[in-house]
Structure formats: structure tokens, C-alpha cells
Design a protein around this ligand. Sequence first.
Ligand code: FEO
Length: 165
Amino acid sequence: MMMISKNLADAINAQVGREFGASFQYVQIAAYFESEALDGLAKLFYKQSDEERDHAMKLAHYVVETGAQLAIPAVEAPKVTFSSAEEAIQAALNWETEVTRQINNLMDIAVAEKDYLAREFLDWFVVEQLEEVTSMEKLLRIAQRAGERNIIMLEAYLSHGGDED
Ligand code: FEO
């Protein structure tokens, strides 16, 4: 039995592509930090990339389990170059803000369709976005306070577990 509408399955498939896109983008950001010898930031963004892949897989499994067709769309190429740590972190924060909007849109569909299963499933993503946005905001604030010349301070902050969830 199909436990999902075509409409919601299409919207979730699109989100699968965006989460994989985020995973790629965070690899690029991590590589930027690694090339700047900012290993703490690199590690954080490689880990973030893994998390985005997990998000994509959670959504992909849901589409399959509810009996719809998984159809991963073309994934937009990530931004490759960054001129500062602040710019890279700002890009990540902008992304997370956008994802929050996208997840809310999925929830809007689930609510409109009275799809209680999807609402339950999407709740996890709604809560997850609070953490994703606030941790990125915090990182950006610290990067701005340190300034590009003292960005190494951010590494010290991270090495003391400052990014722990
Ligand atoms: Fe998949 Fe960072 O939200």
C-alpha cells in the first residue's frame, strides 16, 4: 500500500537532492579550511557533510518505505572558493536557514494532506534544524569576533569542545 501522496513524495525527493548538495557543499568548505591549515574547522565541516548525507538517506528511506519511487534529482554543484572563514561559515548559515524553510514547506504539505505519518517523521527534521541553525550562528559570531587575523582562536574554541552538540 502506498502510504504517501505523489505530491509529498516529489517534494521529499527534491529535498533528498538538496541534502546531498549540502553534503557536497560542506566537503568544499571543509577542504577550504583544510587548505588554510584550520584543521578544527575542517573536521567540523567534514562531520557536517556526513550529517547531511544522513539527512538525505533518512528522507530517501522514507520515500521507499512508504511505497513511492525514490528519484534523486541532479544535484547543484557546490561553491568552490571562499575568501575568508567568515564567508564560508556565513554560506553554511544561509544554507541552514534555507533548509529550515524547505523542511517547513514539507511539513506544510504533510499538514495540508492530513498525513500524520509524515508529520511524525518530519518532526525530527524540524527539531534538527534548530540545532543546525543555532550552532552555525554561534560559530559565525565567534568567527566575527575573532576576525580573520585571529581566526586561530576559533580553532582553540573548537579544540575545547565548543562545537559539541
Ligand atoms: Fe540537512 Fe544541515 O540540514
